[in-house]
Design a binder for this molecule. Structure first.
Ligand SMILES: C[S@@+](CC[C@H](N)C(=O)[O-])C[C@H]1O[C@@H](n2cnc3c(N)ncnc32)[C@H](O)[C@@H]1O
Length: 302
């Protein structure tokens, strides 16, 4: 993690004994490819992004599910997707798996408020780049969304194989990732290029979202279907456009320290790109769009 080491980072202990460090004023996971922070502000961003995606895709899944009884969410983040699926399928056991539990306060996780965790949702710690802590053929539906920055290009086939291993024959795997913005101005395009460069330094291809269907096909899944949706970015796109621009600016802030530490852009250059993007997003006649790809496939019966 050379791009982190250049800055003096403060290592902090988590009560649950995971190793984090403070970098750019945000808490990050140590020893992970994943570059985004792991703190309460990021939990809030992931929830916000979840509502954006659910609205855009008009629901939480696209696979032709038939009364699933076991659902796995890989890289579960805040757990919001899994908790909503648990409410939608009360007879299913929904499991979220991630490197660490979400950074939520105990009241939200365990309390009795509106956001209390449904009884049929649980969290398990695991790493999709290693062996997931579940037996073969455990789940009717395996979902993985927005792990693009966490999976080195060379490891995608292994990841598909691991997702397939834990899926029951006849069960479905669904993947969703973003693409690269189209028709954006120099601010949006410039920022995105710094993130592509940051990911490339760690063997990650931040432009591979459009290949999800092919990855499933090559992994031996059947009945593979891929959809994509173009999310408007900016005021010209109405409510969804403002939401996606807001999310993009939050990502820009979250990756700022990493890009600068990796010498991809200076502080001044990065802040200039952020100011340009903010201005582009405010224009009533912008036209930048962000493609989102969603692909699903079925594990063969054999
Ligand atoms: C961008 S967030 C997406 C969260 C959630 N899937 C969503 O759509 O809201 C990526 C999540 O993947 C997790 N992650 C990163 N690397 C992982 C790995 N190797 N195994 C499991 N989870 C991982 C991160 O901790 C983070 O919570």
């Amino acid at each position: 993690m050379a791009w982190f080491r250049r800055r003096r980072a403060v290592v902090v202990d988590d009560p649950r004994e995971h190793r984090f460090f403070l970098f750019g004023g945000r808490r990050h996971l140590q020893s992970a490819t994943y570059p985004l922070p792991k703190d309460m502000a990021e939990v809030n961003r992931l929830d916000f992004q979840h509502y954006l995606l659910r609205t855009g895709f008009r629901g939480n899944y696209a696979s032709p599910l038939q009364n699933p009884t076991s659902i796995l969410d890989v890289g579960s983040g805040s757990g919001r997707w899994g908790m909503e699926m648990a409410a939608l399928f009360p007879l299913a056991q929904v499991t979220g798996v991630d490197l660490v539990p979400p950074a939520v306060d105990e009241a939200t996780t365990l309390g009795h408020g509106l956001t209390a965790r449904p009884a049929n949702y649980s969290f398990t710690q695991g790493n999709v780049l290693e062996r997931l802590p579940f037996p073969d053929r455990s789940f009717d539906f395996v979902h993985q969304r927005l792990l693009i920055t966490a999976i080195p290009s060379a490891r995608w086939p292994d990841v598909i194989q691991e997702l397939t291993r834990v899926t029951k024959p006849g069960g479905w795997i669904e993947l969703a990732e973003c693409g690269v913005p189209q028709d954006g101005g120099p601010g949006l395009t410039g920022l995105w290029n710094t993130w592509i460069a940051l990911c490339a330094k760690r063997g990650v291809d931040f432009t591979m979202g459009h290949t999800l269907g092919d990855l499933l096909r090559h992994g031996g899944l059947g009945n593979v279907t891929q959809h994509h949706l173009l999310f408007p970015m900016g005021a010209w796109g109405g409510h969804i456009g403002v939401m996606s621009a807001t999310d993009c600016m939050a990502v820009a802030q979250a990756l700022r320290a990493g890009v600068i530490a990796a010498n991809i852009a200076s502080e001044q250059q990065y802040d200039h790109l952020m100011a340009l993007a903010k201005d582009e997003f405010a224009r009533p006649k912008g036209k930048g769009v962000l493609p989102f790809y969603l692909a699903y496939g079925q594990r063969q019966q054999a």
